[in-house]
Ligand binder design. Structure first.
Ligand code: UDX
Ligand code: ADP
Length: 468
């Protein structure tokens, strides 16, 4: 196998951008070019002002500033980057299908297929193709079939290298991840050489024992399994949150008690308004779809329940707001603090906030939303994507705010949807003074200081605790 001197990554998104920036920073002898069909996105990655990168991740701008222009490049010239590279990462989006067979369940592989075809058409010499997008099991087979049949006789080695980074901690996860999976074909010398070439790249900064080589199918399925397990923990604790509310137990005490069992562990046991993000729901739906289509209905039902529970948690939170506000939120100002699916990211994919807002808007609430990082346009796009009402109606019912104090002025209720740290430090007395009374706060993340807010006079609702 040739030495890797040039890497290309197709897709400059949440996965491709940070991952390639870290590879470039840690492997100064390798040129890394990230390409995308979205001209605007590439312009943003090339922006002089590092505050204007297309995604927000703590530590990202420092890594980009180290490597950009040295051995990290962002470009729309996809063909040239493919041609010049020995190794090509596919990091395009794989959303849940919104049409046709498998609608609402299966992953839409159209972008994967298009980039595989592009690689096949352009490649003039042997390439290692690395699947980085989250893909259903056995996608590599489809990619192989396209590459072998469309290509002009050059050899392709296909590897699966799923991404385990979580948004908001992407750079840290990339630098100090628990493991890297490299799935490939052990049975041929070329397959093994390709796996070793990718392993050597990660070995620039990761200890060798964390670099696990598996077969392609195990690698693909491990990613779905890891996300299904993590989401299941959140749904499990969220299920218990309702039991706590109805019985007087405290969900945080339950999490602590259960999480201190070393067999369970303390992570991913924070009860919330519901999980969001681009992976959990999509990956589970994917798993459910695969199981159903292969006749494993019991397995499919088992995993589907994780999603059903999550949907229920979002609806339950919205209903709690309506019920508490005397069974109607019509024309009432409800302020959302937070819109992103979790803190320290501007990503809103599958965020609980849009579902809760949508539910309240069905009851004619006026939502005023403030998020430190999410662009106003994005919030409207999220609601429009749900397709519940017209764009004009969404515009009329959602007001995007720039200042948290203005956002909460004259509000009937404040709801915390994202656990941004800054929310804890607000001047809650000032917020209280300017709100309508009784002043309700619905903390969907259990981040606020209960005693302080109670002493001020708020009526506070927390997830998984009896009302105070
Ligand atoms: C996830 C996986 O963690 C990552 O390994 C994979 O590569 C992509 O999917 P991500 O979606 O970025 O990462 O964020 P994550 O931190 O896993 O959170 C997902 C959702 O679960 C968020 O909405 C978060 O708020 C919620 N969550 C998480 C909880 O509600 N409670 C918890 O205890 C943990
Ligand atoms: P992820 O979270 O998986 O990184 P994103 O949606 O953030 O997903 O990023 C995927 C990127 O892939 C987008 O910027 C999109 O424009 C890009 N993309 C999709 N299809 C292609 C393609 N055929 N060629 C190049 N880029 C593509």
């Amino acid at each position: 196998m040739k030495q890797i001197k040039n890497i290309c990554c197709i897709g400059a998104g949440y996965v491709g951008g940070p991952t390639m920036a870290v590879i470039a920073q840690k492997c100064p002898e390798i040129n890394v070019t990230v390409v995308d069909i979205n001209d605007e996105r590439i312009k943003q990655w090339n922006n002089e002002n590092l505050e204007d990168l297309p995604i927000y991740e703590p530590g990202l701008k420092e890594v980009v500033s180290d490597a950009r222009g040295r051995n990290l490049f962002f470009s729309t010239d996809i063909d040239k980057a493919i041609e010049d590279s020995e190794m090509i990462f596919m990091s395009v989006n794989t959303p849940t299908k919104t049409y046709g067979k498998g609608k609402g369940m299966a992953a839409d592989l159209k972008y994967v297929e298009l980039s595989a075809r592009r690689i096949a058409e352009v490649a003039k010499d042997d390439k290692i193709v690395v699947e980085k997008s989250t893909l259903p099991v056995r996608t590599a087979e489809a990619v192989r079939s396209i590459l072998d049949n469309v290509g002009s006789g050059v050899n392709f080695q296909i590897l699966s290298n799923p991404e385990f980074l979580a948004e908001g901690t992407a750079i840290n996860d990339l630098l100090y991840g628990d493991r890297v999976l490299i799935g490939g074909d052990h049975s041929t010398p070329e397959g093994q050489a390709a796996m070793d070439a990718l392993t050597d790249i990660y070995a620039h900064w990761m200890p060798r024992e964390k670099l696990l080589q598996t077969n392609v199918w195990s690698s693909e399925l491990s990613k779905l399994t890891a996300n299904a397990f993590l989401a299941q923990r959140v749904s499990s604790i969220n299920a218990m949150s309702e039991v706590c509310e109805k019985t007087g137990a405290d969900v945080e005490e339950i999490s602590r008690a259960v999480g201190s069992d070393s067999r369970v562990g303390p992570k991913f046991l924070n009860s919330s308004v519901g999980f969001g993000g681009s992976c959990f729901q999509k990956d589970i739906l994917n798993l459910v779809y695969i199981c159903r289509s292969m006749g494993m209905d019991e397995v499919a039902d088992y995993w589907e329940q994780v999603i059903i529970m999550n949907d229920y948690q979002k609806k339950r939170f919205a209903d709690k707001i309506i019920n508490t506000l005397y069974n109607t939120v019509a024309e009432k100002k409800i302020t959302f603090l937070g819109w992103a699916f979790k803190k320290d990211t501007n990503d809103t994919r599958e965020t609980a906030a849009m579902y809760v807002a949508n539910h309240l808007m069905e009851d004619h609430a006026n939502i005023h939303a403030y998020d430190p990082k999410v662009a106003p346009r994005q919030m409207y796009e999220d609601l429009n994507y749900l397709g519940t009402r017209s764009e004009e109606e969404n515009k009329a019912l959602l007001n995007v705010e720039k200042d948290p104090y203005e956002a909460t002025e004259d509000a009937h209720a404040v709801a915390i949807l994202t656990e941004w740290d800054e929310f804890k430090d607000y001047d809650w007395q000032k917020i209280y003074d300017n709100m309508k009374k009784p002043a309700f706060v619905f903390d969907g993340r259990n981040i606020l200081d209960v005693e302080k807010l109670n002493a001020i006079g708020f009526k506070l609702y927390q997830i998984g605790k009896s009302d105070s």
